[in-house]
Design a protein around this ligand. Structure first.
Ligand code: FEO
Length: 398
């Protein structure tokens, strides 16, 4: 049974967290390996004369959500439901709640979300709000700020008395053992899962993170309550800055990401020499490989792109093309983690060299700086050429 957290976060206004830990999930968006799981966070704000529910959980947890909510309030007494984002990991429980509520609550969402709610759930009684619109609910003023593409075009955040209800904005994977950022060790363990979440989920739209951060900087944010993961009461700016750093690809000085495939060990022989040389130069190498003994989660590879100084790939030739695993990795990096960082390739072929062209085609419209492609027949590397290529890479890092 999934763990449910029902916690009072603030007393004025009275804000409650409703969090469920989804440890059954294996592949977020049916794509990204997350053995660490993910939580869905919803919030209830109790006011004089109004009760406001903000977001929800995934549809498969509808009964759990109704039960958790009923610990705090009779669902019929909810007066307003704010839908910050309609992706079903947050909106899936909405039909069940509206049913229990006898459709009494006013549903509030962006104009785009209004259309999605109709197409997803046939919910039509939605009040659409515009950017920066304020709304008096109970004795409080809520403000809605549009943050499109974080993560869908429908997305907005809700601001109330210094508290930002961010939904996907501020989220991360994993099931933190605490609810908030008060313990430093918990935060340090959690932040890599935030990076992984940003790159895999929002990475394609990461330019909008910078636009969104600029927009939100005008608000005095004292707490950030996201739709996934830890809530940020002690230092919400730390999390917002982390988002900006990931979007900008702020790198660790000595970190290099290395990814290769090796069907019969030829590429691995080449890459072992490359790895030894880079280690001798004092770099911290994060290595992922695809062999007949190893597979690597692409979500983890993506997570390690933003804070790497450079990327080094080893690729074998497969049907006169690039190995299928590496093709997938490269396409996903180009799509989700496209940064101005140098990249170096080592290719191995048996009877004909052909992969360099494929690689250049994949990289053509990317931001990556192509340093060199060192081609090797049968894995017998020309060490002089390898050293020259690494020197060229190091020059880029000066
Ligand atoms: Fe957490 Fe875009 O949904």
């Amino acid at each position: 049974m999934a763990k449910v957290w029902i916690e009072r976060i603030f007393t004025d206004p009275e804000v409650y967290l409703l969090r469920i830990d989804d440890e059954k999930i294996k592949y977020f968006e049916a794509s990204w390996d997350i053995p660490e799981g993910i939580s869905y966070n919803a919030y209830l704000v109790k006011l004089n004369g109004a009760n406001v529910l903000i977001d929800g959980w995934k549809e498969s947890y509808s009964n759990d959500f109704l039960k958790a909510l009923s610990n705090l309030i009779d669902p019929k007494d909810i007066t307003h439901i704010i839908v910050n984002h309609t992706e079903p990991d947050h909106s899936g429980t909405l039909p069940g709640i509206l049913n229990a509520n006898k459709n009494r609550a006013k549903v509030i969402a962006s104009n785009f979300a209004k259309k999605l709610l109709e197409s997803f759930y046939n919910i039509t009684n939605v009040e659409a709000v515009s950017d920066n619109q304020q709304m008096q609910i109970g004795e409080k003023t809520f403000r809605f700020v549009m943050t499109p593409w974080l993560h869908w075009p429908d997305t907005m955040v809700t601001y109330l008395d210094g508290v930002l209800f961010g939904c996907d904005v501020g989220g991360g994977y994993s099931l933190p053992s605490a609810i908030d950022d008060s313990d430093e060790r918990t935060v340090e363990e959690y932040l890599p899962y935030v990076t992984k979440y940003i790159v895999t989920v929002i990475g394609h739209y990461k330019g909008y993170i910078l636009e969104g951060a600029k927009k939100l900087s005008s608000l005095d944010i004292k707490a950030l309550l996201p739709g996934h993961g830890l809530i940020w009461k002690k230092d919400p700016q730390r999390l917002l800055q982390h988002y900006v750093n990931v979007a900008n690809g702020v790198a660790q000085k000595r970190k290099i990401l290395v990814v290769y495939d090796s069907m019969y060990g030829f590429v691995e022989n080449v890459m072992n020499k490359v790895l030894d040389t880079l280690r001798e130069k004092g770099f911290n190498l994060v290595v992922y490989r695809f062999t007949d003994q190893h597979d690597s989660p692409v979500s983890e590879i993506l997570k390690d792109v933003p804070d790497s100084r450079a990327l080094v790939f080893g690729v074998s030739t497969y049907e006169a093309d690039i190995h299928p695993k590496m093709r997938y990795v490269l396409y996903e990096i180009m799509d989700k983690a496209n940064y101005e960082k140098p990249v170096l390739f080592f290719g191995v072929h048996g009877w004909a060299a052909s992969v360099e062209l494929t690689v250049k085609k994949i990289l053509k419209d990317s931001k990556f700086k192509f340093v060199s492609f060192v081609e090797t027949k049968g894995g017998k590397i020309d060490e002089e050429k390898m050293k020259q290529a690494i020197e060229a890479l190091l020059k880029e890092l000066e």
